[in-house]
Design a protein around this ligand. Structure first.
Ligand code: M6P
Ligand code: ZN
Length: 188
């Protein structure tokens, strides 16, 4: 017998907060080794700013069900590199995802297992499709929080491993006020 769940609706507040959702806070100190400029990282660690918050509504890991979450990614830089989310492949690598941008300005870095990189700009109204097998990281290139809603399969899971070790093949940096993608020296 199939046990039916109850439907529900939630409100995404102007700020991106979903009340009653599970809240995950990522401070700079939770992101050791993620930013290219280690000296700038150490210096900013004195403040240990919140880089982003995730408000997630998650179901049991079951095929066919969906999770969703808002992310509030704050503006900031470590050296020249803009604040970003850790980024991940899905533990079930063939699972896709959709992001809907609500506020702010930035973009998504996507990367295949072989290291092919794509950049998709994000601003309010933009919907980004993350195909199966692509790692994904969002980057705030603006002055305001970048807020977006992500919808993903409940059994997708997160695989942070290779991104934590090597990062993405490209860094997103501020070059005299311009947003530029440059080669990541740590990428092999
Ligand atoms: C989105 C979704 C979540 C993810 C979050 C933060 O809301 O993709 O699954 O957890 O962004 O990204 P990360 O897990 O890479 O820090
Ligand atoms: Zn994902």
């Amino acid at each position: 017998m199939i046990r039916l769940k109850e439907p529900f609706g939630v409100v995404i507040e102007e700020s991106g907060v979903i009340r009653g959702a599970k809240k995950t806070v990522r401070r700079l100190s939770d992101m050791e080794g993620y930013f290219a400029d280690e000296k700038a990282y150490e210096e900013l660690l004195a403040e240990d700013p919140v880089v982003y918050e995730v408000y997630s509504i998650e179901q049991e890991e079951r095929e066919g069900d969906l999770n969703f979450a808002t992310t509030v990614l704050y503006p900031g830089r470590v050296g020249r590199e803009f604040f970003f989310t850790k980024g991940h492949f899905h533990a079930r690598a063939d699972r896709a995802e959709v992001y809907h941008t609500l506020r702010g300005k930035g973009g998504m870095l996507l990367q295949t297992p072989e290291g092919k990189v794509e950049w998709v700009p994000m601003w309010p109204g933009t919907v980004v499709y993350v195909p199966p097998y692509w790692a994904h990281r969002t980057v705030n290139t603006g002055e305001e929080p970048l807020v977006f809603l992500a919808v993903y399969p409940a059994d997708a899971g997160h695989d942070y491993g290779s991104i934590r070790e090597k990062g993405f093949a490209k860094l997103v940096v501020d070059e005299d006020g311009e947003v530029r993608l440059v080669d990541n020296p740590r990428w092999k």
